[in-house]
Design a protein around this ligand. Structure first.
Ligand code: FAD
Length: 422
């Protein structure tokens, strides 16, 4: 890490705008480098989305081999890998441990704080930042720059301007606007010629045209132990298959298995107007066994009780078959067995970005230098979800947010050093 000598550092101030995990990590690096750090955030308190992430069990990172970990960033791997190289999943865990929080690896390989919560971690982190001299300015909504180049904020007391020797923007993506990340920064940067890929929902649910009956009866039910196959563009159903669980909602489907596939599904809907997934309701059963069981005489039993007694299918799984299988196919054992193993479901549209776990799109890496400084605005750095990358859930989001915050902080530090010695 670059550090400024005393006379270089004492005059330098860096404004961090956005107090999510990316901004706080940049603040930590800069404060450790001897910089006066001022954190501004529009909300009454920092880290609101981070705290929400802790509600369902805070997933900090993943323990899988590093190459596999990096592959989760898809086409943005070449941009994200250099950031993660400087703050690997192991380094992240050590950093959490140094805050006095233990971690454990779940059966899925995901890494969690021992108590699964975000609040103790955030509390310890903020305490350490304050002790390092970081100043926090809440209810300061950044509105851009004035003609003199000063930062302009809207506050409950009226407009406020501030100057800084460098700025780190860590304003978040476009989901869950009520927690602060409302993407209102997009036009502010676009008008300064910063290239920005349109924000889109990532790790999101999808709309399905459920019947009133199905929606009323099954919304909220979980489909456990299923597999989804997405055909490739040539219509080959063996294109991509993943096992897990998802939830039926009033609008369609959501949940971890859907999120894991959501980037490809979103892009296919955008290109083709809809996307078809094939659901395997009995992923551990070979097709022939399903055919054999379905074909057994059912006597006076209804199809529902036949499916339940022979295959253990019931509740939402049977409901889904009733919803999606044509009546003629339902009474033909071969067609029904095929439907149980590959039930086609058409997804019509991604759910709105505000509902998504995260967003894709943002400031493109082509608009940044290697230290995450904007080419268009020297001295201004960007970090976190506002950058143009996406990843599935599983700790990959926070890992890249923290790593990019660290890189932006280090970038600002070495830029101030270069300016000071120039
Ligand atoms: C329900 C849910 C669960 C999640 N669970 C996990 C998980 O388990 N693991 C994981 O890795 N990720 C998880 N995530 C994703 C993760 O929380 C985010 O990717 C991460 O918080 C993004 O960090 P960030 O610092 O880039 O932005 P944010 O955390 O969104 O912070 C941005 C900050 O900028 C501020 N801001 C925005 N605009 C302005 C402005 N104009 N002026 C001043 N301040 C502004 C906001 O108020 C906010 O405080 C979850 C997300 C959600 C919604």
């Amino acid at each position: 890490m670059t550090s400024l000598n005393h006379s270089e550092a004492q005059k330098k101030t860096v404004a961090i705008i956005g107090g999510g995990p990316a901004g706080l990590m940049a603040a930590e690096v800069l404060a450790a480098g001897g910089i006066q750090v001022e954190v501004y955030d529009a909300m009454p308190s920092v880290g609101r989305k981070f705290l929400l992430a802790g509600k369902g069990g805070m997933n900090l990172t993943h323990s899988e081999p590093y190459d596999a970990f990096l592959s989760r960033y898809g086409s943005r791997k070449p941009d994200i890998a250099p950031l993660l190289d400087q703050f690997t999943p192991d380094a992240l865990r050590e950093w959490v441990h140094a805050l006095g929080i233990d971690t454990f690896v779940g059966s899925s390989g995901r890494v969690f704080p021992t108590d699964m919560k975000a609040a103790p971690l955030l509390r310890a982190w903020l305490h350490r930042l304050r002790q390092a001299g970081v100043q926090f300015h809440m209810r300061h909504r950044w509105l851009g720059w004035n003609e003199a180049g000063a930062l302009v904020f809207e506050t409950p007391q009226g407009a406020h301007t501030a100057s800084a020797d460098a700025v780190v923007l860590a304003l978040g993506g476009g989901s869950w606007a009520r927690l602060g990340s409302d993407a209102k920064w997009v036009p502010l940067l676009a008008q300064r010629d910063v290239p920005i890929a349109p924000l889109q929902a990532a790790n999101c649910g999808f709309d399905v045209g459920w019947s009133e009956y199905f929606r009323g009866r099954f919304a909220g039910d979980h489909l456990k132990s299923v597999a989804i196959t997405i055909d490739d563009n040539a219509g080959d159903q063996h294109g991509f298959r993943k096992q897990g669980e998802f939830v039926v909602t009033a609008h369609g489907v959501e949940g971890s298995l859907i999120y894991a596939l959501s980037a490809g599904l979103r892009d296919r809907i955008s290109a083709e107007g809809s996307a078809v997934i094939h659901i395997d309701l009995l992923p551990d059963w070979p097709l022939q066994r399903v055919i054999d069981e379905v074909s057994r005489p059912r006597g006076a039993r209804s199809w529902s009780s036949h499916l339940q007694s022979r295959l253990g299918l019931k509740g939402v799984k049977t409901g889904l078959l009733r919803e999606l299988v044509a009546p003629a196919d339902f009474i033909d054992p071969l067609s029904l067995a095929n439907a149980i193993k590959a039930l086609p479901l058409t997804l019509l549209a991604p759910r709105p970005i505000d509902e998504a776990i995260s967003s894709a799109g943002g400031v493109t890496f082509e608009g940044l230098d290697q230290q995450l400084m904007l080419q268009a605005i020297p001295g201004v750095f960007c970090a976190g979800e506002m950058l143009d990358w996406e990843a599935p859930t599983g700790g990959y989001l926070l890992s890249a947010c923290l790593a990019s915050g660290r890189a932006a902080g280090n970038g600002a530090l070495s830029w101030l050093h270069r300016v000071a010695v120039a």
